[in-house]
Design a protein around this ligand. Structure first.
Ligand SMILES: Cc1cc2nc3c(=O)[nH]c(=O)nc-3n(C[C@H](O)[C@H](O)[C@H](O)COP(=O)(O)OP(=O)(O)OC[C@H]3O[C@@H](n4cnc5c(N)ncnc54)[C@H](O)[C@@H]3O)c2cc1C
Length: 380
């Protein structure tokens, strides 16, 4: 058993960290205020190979493992978890395409996806179905040329911003076997977007409904096989959950590091506040929590890389544990900054807001417990 990162993994982390600090961190608050991430950022991200982190090398991707990818998201979220998490969604879609689409489709779409000239959104949730995703109703009716889509996707990160949408739609009967995955390019007739959602955090990412009104797409835009879309969507989520957890971890680590420094400078009752033993214990508790979170996350990622039979359970456990640990830590960090923690200039309150949603999406943390408990009951 070896818990150390390899030299290559350390280099991946350092590269992502350096890029985040140079190209993202200085602008994170401005982008949050503007409610958008400049499109020009993405080709720079693509140049680093981060547009297809776990797209295979044969398809032109970086061919990294899941553990390697969590390092990228941990490091980038030290600059801004909202930007890092957005990249995770693009990568989840890229992986689905690489894993399941035909060679012709890959040849057509992947080159621009990898360079991030094409930014992708993942469309599963609907106004009436979130946790119970399989209840989705957006229909794709067969036409002579392909499919006519009708319905609405809700809460879509990048809705109205992305260049293409990977959508789970109903081509058959109720249930998972009636779901297929289709690719809808921006600008397709019948594709429109709702108003921008006004959110607590992740404010630099545009979020909107994606609407289909007799939106006709070619049959070539079907990804993989009809009726397998729900399976594809779920396979993407294991890795997505790891990435979201990594985003919580990196952001919480940044908050802890800056809190440690702040506590050495801030004085109360004639001494730096880091000299109060009660506060030192809180620092220690946060350190313990984040170190445990990191090990657990990397173990889950390793299991996914190995194709371990309990990988899905471990991804769910890690997502639940790490996102809750991350939120607890950033909230404590805000508290230890006193009133200054509540001011945007100190950078902590944004992290409290950004990390909160990690307990809700990629499957809520209640659903993570459902996955874990189901596995326990099955195997007792
Ligand atoms: C900022 C943001 C960005 C998002 N981006 C995307 C995106 O890009 N693409 C996408 O497809 N979706 C996206 N989502 C949607 C997200 O995945 C859903 O919000 C999430 O899955 C929960 O669904 P819901 O909101 O419908 O809640 P519901 O499913 O209605 O759940 C309500 C509550 O009931 C609980 N609950 C539900 N079922 C059970 C159960 N069986 N046992 C116990 N508790 C249960 C839930 O945990 C929750 O607490 C995004 C959401 C947000 C907020």
């Amino acid at each position: 058993m070896d818990f150390a990162l390899t030299e290559e993994q350390s280099a991946i982390f350092d590269m992502a960290y350096g890029f985040g600090q140079d190209a993202i961190a200085p602008h994170a608050r401005t982008w949050e205020a503007q409610g958008t991430i400049p499109k020009e950022l993405w080709p720079q991200v693509g140049e680093l190979g981060f547009g297809g982190l776990y797209v295979s090398e044969e398809s032109g991707g970086a061919g990294l493992g899941r553990l390697d990818a969590t390092l990228v998201f941990e490091a980038l979220s030290m600059a801004c978890p909202s930007v890092a998490a957005f990249l995770s969604i693009h990568n989840m879609c890229a992986r689905m395409i690489d894993s399941f689409a035909s060679d012709d489709f890959k040849a057509r779409v992947l080159p621009d996806v990898l360079t991030m000239q094409t930014v992708l959104s993942y469309c599963l949730t609907e106004p009436g179905s979130g946790s119970d995703a399989v209840a989705l109703k957006t229909r794709a009716e067969r036409t002579n040329e392909g499919y006519a889509l009708n319905g609405t996707k809700a809460f879509i990160s990048g809705g109205g911003y992305s260049d293409a949408y990977v959508c789970m739609v109903r081509t058959g009967d109720a249930g998972a076997g009636g779901v297929s995955t289709v690719y809808v390019e921006d600008g397709t007739e019948g594709l429109s977007f709702g108003a921008l959602e006004d959110k607590m955090g992740w404010r630099s990412q545009p979020t909107a409904q994606v609407q289909f009104d007799n939106c006709n797409i070619s049959a070539d835009n079907l990804i993989g096989e009809e009726g397998k879309g729900f399976k594809y969507a779920m396979m993407g989520l294991d890795g997505g959950r790891l990435n979201i957890a990594a985003c919580s971890l990196g952001a919480a680590q940044t908050a802890l590091t800056s809190t440690l420094n702040y506590m050495g400078e801030r004085k109360a009752f004639g001494q730096p506040i880091d000299q109060f033993q009660g506060l030192q214990w809180r620092l220690a508790d946060m350190e313990i929590e984040l170190q445990a979170a990191r090990v657990f996350l990397r173990q889950a990622a390793w299991k996914l890389d190995q194709g371990a039979p309990d990988a899905t359970k471990f991804c769910a456990m890690a997502k639940k544990f790490v996102t809750e640990a991350g939120s607890k830590v950033v909230d404590q960090c805000l508290q230890l900054h006193g009133g200054y923690g509540y001011l945007a200039d100190y950078g902590i309150e944004k992290l409290v807001r950004d990390l909160r949603v990690h307990q809700i999406l990629e499957g809520t943390n209640e659903i993570m417990r459902v996955i874990v408990a189901r596995d326990m009951l099955k195997n007792r």
